[in-house]
Design a protein around this ligand. Structure first.
Ligand code: GTP
Length: 597
């Protein structure tokens, strides 16, 4: 396709403002799918994605649109993930296209989470077309929302496209705006192949499928390509475009988005952001900005039922096929038995994997306290990377512990600023900057990652009623005065709840954990002490009182079936518990105890 007949774009929107509905309309209007193939919301294909309303993996679709000027254009829509854990994928997807549609619900207005993605789009030098959706709603207030877009984001909204994705009103207007207002891609068809690796996933029939954006040169079937960062060389089996069905093509030329397969075994062999070139006639220079996605949060995942171990291993293997940023290796725990130490991009990523394991593979799991990766310098001169607080060497052998810090940017309406500054301060944050973007405050903080992984994002959302947005990038490791906090239930240390915390907060965290656990552990036939300790020293204690729990007591008369039903129910309840010594700890207690109030 000639360059001037291509338009590449992404859609930036706040959750629920209608991104998926609009994408479906665009596909439908341009005839990308037959009506019977048209399942709702084709772009969000994973169940969890659909339920949580977040897009996890980027997807693309190629549309053919006959414009009012009589010409037929190729429009490539790339879907982008909308959460900070996946910020790197967002920036790679944005780098692959020239423009964005900014979809705003005309009855709601601009919301905070939209901003981070708009900034990614502006960073990528995108032309941005504002689209006001849901104008069919009586509450739609077009002039107010236009003014807000100009005020908060600082782009001209006077010719925003007004639509209803739901009723189909003015979808044509969106398509015309894409053709007339977004720039065509640039590139040199005669230069050596240079392509951006945007995404990859595992397909049961095709194996690993790689999504690329061609910058220069041509990509064709049979060609030998080289991935410049990894050095791997492959021969292309298949070159295709997604409509969203895969359709094989002869070649992909500059400006185009397409996919290939090349007998690549694992998604882990492809690095998002890598530059792909011709092995025999390589390009002189790789594309800038490549960095591999590194797991930053680790936790242990253990089967509730020990006999599920092999099944868990198989399930993780399957998930890993499609998600190279998820890593796992076997681990044993005194209390939890055999399980896995797993690495994630962030807490949301952790929750998603955990949820998929329980939902798609029907596995009951216990997750241990999430931990960041510490550098522990030992007195003998060696430095180890510590993924699991339970493995911390004896304090006598430790020279110093260094923890990862992040550079965080928070955007918030003014009224929540005070509470947010306090939150950052409580989490050992160091303020770098405070400025205003439109009517919003923008605060920049250095924060220890360790203080962010548990529940920072949840807290931020709740104190700002969802209006604050948060973005971060990893910075350096810094020395910290960190101690290991241990929790003992009925005098047994629970290794799953061990964590490293800063000395100044150790006592209050210990106390909070004991208080939470007291609520979460049901009464047993005996008294259960719950203690928190640093080293050998107990710093907090709570007690779960004894109670006789006779569930059948209220069944008078001899109704045997009812009695059995109740006992069965109790047994089922038990299955969700974990035995520690002779104490049963409910599964959810592990995560709940770790969330700070
Ligand atoms: P996530 O996939 O959750 O990120 O949301 P999204 O931005 O993709 O929004 P989605 O397309 O799922 O739409 C959210 C809700 O708004 C759905 O219930 C849609 O039916 C509804 N909706 C979308 N467009 C319109 C519209 O133009 N008018 C009205 N009244 N409702 C709309």
């Amino acid at each position: 396709t000639p360059l001037d007949h291509i338009r590449n774009f992404s859609i930036v929107a706040h959750i629920d403002h209608g991104k998926s509905t609009l994408a479906d309309r665009l596909i439908q209007t341009t005839g990308g799918l037959e009506a019977r193939e048209m399942k709702e919301q084709v772009l969000d294909s994973m169940d969890i994605e659909r339920e949580r309303g977040i897009t996890i993996k980027a997807q693309t679709v190629r549309l053919n649109y006959k414009a009012q000027d009589g010409e037929t254009y190729v429009l490539n829509l790339i879907d982008t993930p909308g959460h900070v854990d996946f910020a790197y994928e967002v920036s790679r997807s944005m780098a692959a296209v020239e423009g964005s549609l900014l979809v705003v619900d005309a009855s709601q207005g601009v919301e905070a989470q939209t901003l981070a993605n708009v900034y990614h789009a502006l960073d990528a030098n995108h032309e941005i077309v504002p689209v006001l959706n849901k104008v069919d709603l009586p509450a739609a207030d077009i002039p107010r929302v236009k003014a807000q877009i100009e005020d908060v984001i600082g782009i001209d909204a006077s010719d925003a496209v007004e639509i209803s994705a739901k009723t189909g009103l003015n979808i044509e207007g969106v398509l015309e705006a894409i053709v007339t207002r977004l720039p065509a891609p640039k590139g040199n068809p005669d230069a050596p192949l240079k392509a951006l690796l945007v995404d990859s996933w595992y397909d049961t029939y095709l194996g690993v499928v790689v999504l690329v954006r061609i910058i220069d040169g041509t990509m064709r079937k049979g060609q030998r390509i080289r991935m410049m960062a990894s050095g791997a060389v492959y021969e292309l089996d298949r070159v295709a475009v997604q409509t969203p069905k895969l359709i094989e093509v002869q070649a992909l030329t500059p400006g185009e988005l397409g996919v290939f397969t090349a007998s690549i075994k694992e998604v882990a062999d492809t690095n998002v952001g890598d530059t792909i070139t011709d092995d025999r006639k390589p390009t002189a220079e790789a594309l800038p900005g490549f960095r591999p996605a590194q797991p930053v949060v680790f936790c242990g995942l253990f089967p509730v039922d020990a006999s599920d171990f092999d099944e868990l291993r198989a399930a993780m293997g399957k998930l890993r096929l499609n998600d190279a940023s998820f890593s796992f290796e076997m681990e044993t725990s005194a209390a939890l038995g055999f399980g896995f130490r797993c690495g994630f991009l962030g807490l949301l990523h952790l929750e998603i994997i955990q949820e998929r394991l329980s939902r798609e593979f029907d596995l009951d799991l216990i997750a241990t306290a999430p931990s960041v990766v510490y550098e522990v310098a030992l007195t003998d001169g060696e430095t180890i990377a510590l993924h699991n607080p339970a493995d911390l060497p004896d304090v006598m052998k430790i020279e110093e512990i260094r923890e990862p810090w992040i550079k965080a940017t928070i955007l918030t309406p003014d009224e929540y600023l005070g509470a947010i500054l306090k939150l950052c301060q409580d989490r050992r944050g160091i303020q770098n900057n405070l400025s205003y973007v439109g009517s919003r405050a923008m605060v920049e903080y250095d924060l220890p990652l360790n203080e962010v992984v548990f529940d920072f994002y949840d807290r931020l959302k709740s104190i700002s009623k969802g209006y604050a947005s948060f973005d971060y990038k990893l910075d350096t490791h810094r020395v910290g005065d960190l101690v290991k906090l241990t929790v003992l239930v009925n005098a047994e240390p629970v290794d799953a709840l061990a964590m490293l915390v800063h000395r100044t907060v150790a006592e209050s965290r210990g106390r909070q954990m004991c208080e939470k656990l007291k609520e979460l552990i049901p009464p047993h036939l005996f008294v259960i002490p719950i203690q928190a300790a640093i080293g050998g020293k107990i710093i907090a204690r709570e007690t779960v009182r004894a109670m006789r729990k006779d569930v059948t007591a209220k069944c008078y008369g001899g109704d045997a079936t009812r009695k059995r039903k109740l006992l069965d129910k109790q047994k089922k309840g038990k299955a969700k518990m974990r035995q520690y010594g002779n104490v049963n700890i409910p599964q959810e207690a592990f995560i709940k105890a770790l969330k700070m109030g």
